[in-house]
Write a protein that binds this ligand. Sequence first.
Ligand code: FAD
Length: 527
Amino acid sequence: PRPYPLFLAEKGASFLIDPLLPKSSSSSNTPPPLSPNNQRPKENLVVLGTGWGAAAFVKNIDTEKFDVTVVSPRNYFVFTPMLAGASVGTVDFKSITQPIREINNKVRYLEAAATEIDPSTKTISCNSIVCEGNSCETKEFDITYDRLLFSVGAQTTTFGTPGVEEYCNYLKQVGDAQQIKNAIVNCFESAELPYLTDEERQRELTFVIVGAGPTGVEFAAELLDFIEVDGPRFYKELLPYVRIKIVEASPTILRPFVDGMKEEAIRRLTRPIEIEGVPTLQPLEIMLNKQVSEVSDKNIYFKDGEKIPYGMALWAAGIGPLPITTSLIETLRETEQSSAQGFARGRLAVDPWLRVIGGKGKIFSLGDCSCVSHTPTLATTAQVASQQGEYLAKLLSNDYSTDHVHDDTTLLPPMVLDPDQTKSLSEQIASVAIGDKEIAAPFQYLDLGILAYTGSGSALAQVQVAPGKGDPTSETWNPVRLQIKGKLGFGLWRSIYLLKQTSPKNIVLVTLDWIKVNLFGRDISIL
Ligand code: FAD
């Protein structure tokens, strides 16, 4: 397959043409070619969201060709891989956020949440919260679009586990990280109170992390750093009471990493900690094959009957669709008879050019809320979302016409074009588009590798350097991977995260935060 940035490699070439139209077609449906003297009216393009996908799109879209309006309840982008660090004070919240207006000051921004989309009238219903003094009210309004980018991400899912919503913290937004930071310090301050028994003190200082994916593991590593580095300065007497428990329903942690890397992570996380004047500590325990059945204000209960009293719990066990995504899927199923919608566990089905199936070429979707139909499911990661955002912005900015869509029956099922089902959908479409027809390259993900911080200045970096043989979705697929760990991994982790910041200002702020924490430690004010 062609590498993802085809349009970069062939910059200037006229390959960005409607997939099903001949390259030289002069059909009346085809928009006239654009030139500075022959400009068609600007289309009204609405973007829902200010996350990884939307930010990459907004940064790259040509605002000379589109009137772009961004609608999102938050007016900034957040660098989620550093939220775990922010939740213990390793970096400041301001350092890992950037206002969307700063990312592209030519777009219009509306602080609101979309609540419903009507594709037949191209209307979006929105809610905004307006506050005067201490009283706030919700105001509703509608906006229309010519084209819509639906990039609202996903939300933490509780799998219906009772008590999670009421008593657990999530780590998805800046507000969540702020709450966690206060909750951690609060646990230490409460544990200091003189009337507590030792048992109560230990409960206050028991931190339970449900989910051993990258978010859970990185948070545990940051918390362990806080305890090891800043604990002795402020809470030395309390340290023997501290317990950190990572609880995971599956038999393994950090699923995307190879076994050797997982073992390294376990070794780092469960390392003994030596602090002068305190008996050797080994505060972190990893509990595998443990399923939470219920959470109460003081205990976490497991399906095997065990319970853990806790002071603070983080729920990082998975993500699911937002109500607006479920509602759009339902609408498309009902009004467009789009049978493709609803197959991908709550994610919106898109074609290989990120057009929502059933959206008549007017609705696009990317990132955590979408899934490319008939191709192996891509992970819900920042890497995927930002590559998709950049791809789509360049596709639209290059006058690619997206209006002449295949209807659902052409797209699905694959046997229409390939009875043996030996080719992926994008291969089939590419293979039909031979002869005088030239198509835009479908989105192709370029896997740049995965990283995870494992604490105490160590990290894992796993980069695929050569593909494996056979089916990439099968368990036996074994590509050649470069594995870097320890201090070298940490150097790479820091360098990559610095380079990936969205602005020079953020690079400077994050660097200064790291220096500040090295010199003065983390701040423990409860704000
Ligand atoms: P998001 O970035 O979640 O953005 C969604 C946007 O939509 C937000 O601005 C939200 O406010 C807005 N929105 C929500 N509802 C509405 C509505 N109704 N109307 C309008 N706007 C709405 N990925 C990696 O690749 N590497 C990592 O190291 C990594 N670490 C992570 C660490 C943490 C703590 C978390 C939470 C995630 C991490 N991820 C990582 C995953 C990555 O952040 C997500 O995959 C990525 O954010 C998805 O991008 P997105 O644009 O689809 O959604």
